[in-house]
Design a protein around this ligand. Structure first.
Ligand SMILES: [Zn+2]
Length: 475
């Protein structure tokens, strides 16, 4: 075995399946045996099911498939997946709050259908294709669902807090048509094992082992590519089923699949789990910071000159804690013993990069802190900028200045004027996101070629203010 010799499980992993093809009845049988073999082998996984697929299974009377899947973790995979408008298409022009409300309006009926048909409320959503927007993460969180296969991942962990939700990172390529292919499978299986060794050796904490789309195990093409590629949106009466490989080839597919399941089950370095179990493990958050922690974060901000996403509070929660602490100083003359966490979204417009104001004294910073707290209480999101005496301070500049204000209090050194530096107004990870998100949206063959990624990308960059490692409250 490639990953041998370890006694403890080193990486958590979830076997994942996307059950999404409502058109092809033969795909129902594949979903059935994928779930049954998993149960037979004493393993478990997470099945991401679309609202449309759940309704199709119900209409076709496939209680056997529904029951077999329900032995495992049932998650949500959007209401209609690739039928236009897709998630990115219906959110491309939306503002922040407007987008969240649209998500709830479109997706809540789908979640309700999956719950009604499978008898269990999904606790997570798995990204459907390359369709993504940060309002979807926030909307799922409001509906009580975590977000899986996230294109936004914290640099140190695959389990991240982002845009108000708990998110799990991306997945391995999967096997799909390779399962039925006697020539291709052995090589792909070896590649899979080697990549897994790399992930474990690289210290990764969690990985989705994507197994397959049941439909693509049997069909020679994706059900959605043959109907909905490049924005095409035929009426339901014109939907085509994809071409199928022979039914007899499914025996080969089952054999290969069983090998894969056994390998994952028996590899000591892999701890197989489900998304629902991971949510239980990771959902708690640190609820307050002691003064010493807050001062340490302030000092790190001052020395690193970066907006840190590595703290138990997100950058947005941190700047609010700085504000609350300075307001406490204004009232009592000293820093508070601790500051409670207040969840907050990032700004919904781009902050100015160069503040018109270069410096502020402690009184002016305290006034800015008061304004930030008032705006967050009203809007649940950070302001883009704060104005004092008609002069602007960008929220990123304010983060560094407030940190200096906290240090001044903690060290009892009056520094007089505190600088408002014209640095990046976002955590450094925003620079990668600015490149990755347009690629993700353009890389999915279903999307309309005219889909404009700019607004979704901008919203994502602004929500880097919400990023932190998940599970900070674990003890
Ligand atoms: Zn999918």
């Amino acid at each position: 075995m490639l990953i041998g010799g370890r006694t403890a499980a080193d990486m958590q992993a979830t076997l994942a399946f996307d059950v999404e093809d409502p058109i092809t009845p033969e795909s129902d049988d594949v979903a059935l045996w994928l779930a049954e073999i998993l149960t037979e082998e004493g393993a478990t996984g997470t099945f991401f099911v679309t609202g449309a697929k759940a309704r199709a299974l119900e209409e076709r009377g496939r209680k056997d498939v529904i029951d077999a899947l329900a032995e495992h973790d049932i998650a949500y995979h959007s209401n209609t997946h690739s039928v236009h408008p897709t998630i990115s298409e219906y959110l491309a022009d939306c503002g922040w709050r407007e987008g969240i409300e649209r998500v709830i309006e479109v997706e809540e009926p789908g979640i309700d259908d999956v719950e009604r048909i499978f008898g269990v409320r999904p606790r997570s959503f798995g990204r459907s294709g390359g369709s993504y927007a940060p309002q979807f993460v926030a909307g799922m969180a409001e509906l009580g669902l975590a977000y899986a296969y996230s294109p936004i991942e914290h640099p140190t962990t695959a389990v991240t807090r982002f845009a108000g939700g708990l998110t799990f990172g991306d997945h391995t390529p999967g096997f799909d048509h390779v399962l039925a292919d006697a020539e291709e499978f052995p090589q792909r299986f070896e590649d899979f094992k080697r990549n897994l060794t790399g992930h474990v050796g690289g210290g990764r904490d969690f990985l989705f082992v994507f197994v397959a789309h049941p439909s693509r195990v049997r069909a020679t093409e994706f059900w959605d590519i043959v109907n909905f590629a490049n924005g095409r949106n035929p009426p339901e009466s014109a939907w085509k089923t994809p071409p199928l490989r022979p039914a007899s080839s499914m025996e080969t597919a089952k054999d290969h699949y069983r090998q894969l399941v056994r390998f994952c089950r028996d590899t000591p370095a892999l701890d197989l789990t489900t998304v629902s179990s991971l949510i239980d493990e990771y959902e708690s958050e640190v609820e307050s910071l002691r003064t010493a922690q807050l001062v340490e974060i302030a000092m790190r901000a001052a020395s690193s000159r970066e907006i840190s996403i590595d703290q138990p509070f997100s950058p947005g929660e941190t700047i609010l804690a700085f504000c609350e602490a300075l307001l406490h100083v204004a009232e009592t003359g000293e820093l508070p013993r601790q500051v409670a966490r207040k969840p907050v979204f990032g700004p919904s417009e781009n902050p100015p990069t160069a503040p018109m104001r270069r410096t502020a004294d402690l009184d002016e910073l305290t006034e800015a802190a008061r304004i930030v707290v008032e705006i967050v209480e009203r809007d649940s999101k950070l302001p883009t900028q704060v104005q004092i005496d008609g002069c602007r301070m960008g929220i990123g500049s304010l983060y560094f200045a407030l940190a200096e204000g906290i240090i001044t209090q903690a060290t009892q050194q009056d520094r007089g004027q505190i600088a408002l530096p014209a640095r990046d107004q976002f955590p450094a990870i925003a620079r990668d996101i600015a490149v990755d998100i347009p690629d993700t949206l353009a890389g999915w063959g279903i999307h309309d070629r005219d889909l404009d990624p700019r607004r979704i990308t901008d919203h994502t960059i602004r929500q880097t203010w919400t990023m932190k490692p998940a599970g900070t409250g674990q003890q």
